[in-house]
Design a protein around this ligand. Structure first.
Ligand code: AMP
Ligand code: MG
Length: 495
């Protein structure tokens, strides 16, 4: 059954126009969950451009007397708070989960016709909290703000961050930390784990209703397809292949690619122990709990493929009435992942090297460069930035004979394409960021904000990251890799 459409709400004070299509699913899919009021809410970040984009009046939101909406002390007009049910494979093991500390206020209907979840992360306990306190610490919420907004500026699909507010109460992790709530905006919070949860209930009608909702929300063009659920699987697979390819192009390491952290929309979601790689190495991992390197940079495509196999498995009852036939369909779709991913990855890597056309030797050219970067421990971002500027400032790399030989091959390759060098350099500067959220800069901003209450460092960083392709800006402080003792090797879940 399709969720029944209702007439859209009219905008209310502050521009809120919340609908609740997810809540119209069968009752078990969610649980009512009111935010727990914070003792002393104080907003530390308000994303004005995002507010404007989604039809909210930033001036109204910003008023000190209106701070309550960003911690859940007061609800925006039209809100109907719930926690969503979902499951997930965490580090390979299946668990029933659900929003343990996130509360969905509703779906904002924007002036541009989008429907966007508005969620408070860290707003208190819900019926799915299990042993957790339902709260979040300021540092991780600010990390999510910085990195998700940087991803957006890089043109990578992602959830967004509308606001961060402190609660005025400590959360107790290894030490007491300031508590905070992040207001997250997403095209939806439907996850691979949402489908897994529906499948695990063993109720085919419920699984179908949730899958229909996902189609309605993200892939309406497939609702009337001959085999809509096969189309759903294929569509999610394609978006995830494209997404993870984009991560690889910029050196983003997600850190916890559990199936509950993989969105059906194809947006990057759940920024935990994530970070950008400085020196190129496929084994790069930041998460303090990822001892095996399961979610290392170089493993991300393989893990995405594995997560999608969990999605396929959950969808089996909808793929075909005959189980064997369903498995064959799932295998056929899953089998397309490596080639789709590689196509996306290769296309992006060609752009990074200024290549408009295709030659069979391109993959080897790219892989040879990767091997040289790995051998020299060269900075991933700045190597491409330097190539884009026709200069090579990384002295160690530039001095290497293997690199010189590689560069000659690349220049010969550029010369063989009909488009001139100016066009190639222009393509490279639009593709290779000059600025990424380097982990030592993120940590510096978080330390100033959480220990000294100084937000100016974060604000400056966020402003630089909003224009990642601004090659005319010479800001070595933001583009330089960390000096070796400043390198941050681990980020903590610390959630
Ligand atoms: P995450 O690691 O943030 O993706 O969360 C994994 C699961 O643990 C989700 O079901 C969360 O809702 C839940 N969770 C994480 N932190 C807390 C917390 N402090 N209190 C309650 N549940 C939590
Ligand atoms: Mg999660």
């Amino acid at each position: 059954m399709m969720p029944c459409p209702t007439s859209p709400p009219v905008p209310l004070a502050g521009g809120w126009r919340l609908d609740h299509s997810y809540s119209r699913l069968p009752a078990r899919c969610s649980a009512p969950a009111s935010p727990t009021p914070a003792a002393a809410p104080r907003r530390v970040v308000l994303n004005r451009p995002l507010a404007l984009e989604i039809g909210l009046d930033a001036d109204t939101l910003a008023r000190p007397e209106n701070v309550g909406w960003s911690t859940g002390n007061t609800l925006p007009p039209g809100a109907s708070p719930i926690a969503q049910a979902y499951a997930g494979h965490q580090f390979g093991r299946f668990t029933m989960l659900g929003d343990g500390r996130a509360i969905l206020l509703g779906e904002q209907l924007t002036p541009r016709g989008a429907r966007l979840d508005i969620q408070l992360k860290g707003a208190g306990r819900t019926p799915f909290s299990r042993g957790g306190d339902g709260r979040a610490a300021l540092g991780p919420m600010l990390r999510e703000h910085i990195i998700s907004e940087a991803m957006h500026a890089l043109g990578i699909p992602t959830t967004r961050s509308l606001a961060v507010a402190v609660t005025g109460e400590p959360v107790f992790r290894e030490t007491p930390l300031p508590g905070a709530v992040l207001t997250r905006v997403a095209t939806s919070h439907l996850r691979v784990g949402t489908i897994e949860w529906a499948a695990a209930t063993g109720e085919p009608d419920l699984l179908r209703a949730v899958a229909d909702h996902a189609l309605q929300r993200h892939y309406p063009e497939h609702l009337l397809a001959e085999r809509p659920y096969v189309a759903l699987l294929r569509a999610v697979l394609e978006r995830q292949a494209a997404l993870v390819a984009r991560w690889q192009h910029v050196g983003f390491v997600h850190g916890v690619m559990n199936t509950d952290n993989m969105a059906l929309s194809g947006e990057t979601i759940d920024y935990g122990p994530c970070a950008f790689m400085d020196a190129y190495h496929p084994g790069t991992v930041f998460s303090s709990i990822d001892h095996q390197g399961r979610y290392a940079y170089g493993n991300q495509p393989t893990i995405a493929h594995w997560d999608l196999s969990r999605l396929a498995s959950a969808l089996l009852p909808l793929l075909h009435t005959d189980e064997q036939a369903a498995v064959e369909i799932a295998d056929e779709v899953l089998g397309t992942f490596p080639e789709i991913f590689r196509g996306r990855w290769l296309a992006g890597m060609r752009s990074k090297l200024g290549l408009f056309d295709e030659e069979p030797g391109d993959a080897v050219l790219i892989e040879d460069l990767s091997a040289i970067l790995q051998e020299h421990g060269a900075d991933f971002t700045n190597t491409f930035r330097d190539l884009s500027g026709e200069t090579m400032t990384d002295a160690d790399l530039a001095a290497g004979r293997t690199f010189q030989a590689w560069r000659t091959r690349w220049q010969e390759r550029l010369a063989r394409q009909p488009r001139g060098l100016a066009d190639a350099l222009d393509l490279m500067r639009r593709t290779n960021p000059a600025f990424i959220p380097r982990n030592h800069k993120v940590e510096e901003a978080l330390a100033a904000a959480t220990m000294g209450g100084d937000l100016s460092v974060l604000e400056k960083l966020v402003a630089v990251l909003a224009k990642p392709f601004a090659y005319d800006r010479h800001l070595p402080e933001f583009s330089a890799p960390p000096v070796s003792d400043g390198r941050v090797y681990q980020t903590y879940c610390g959630t």
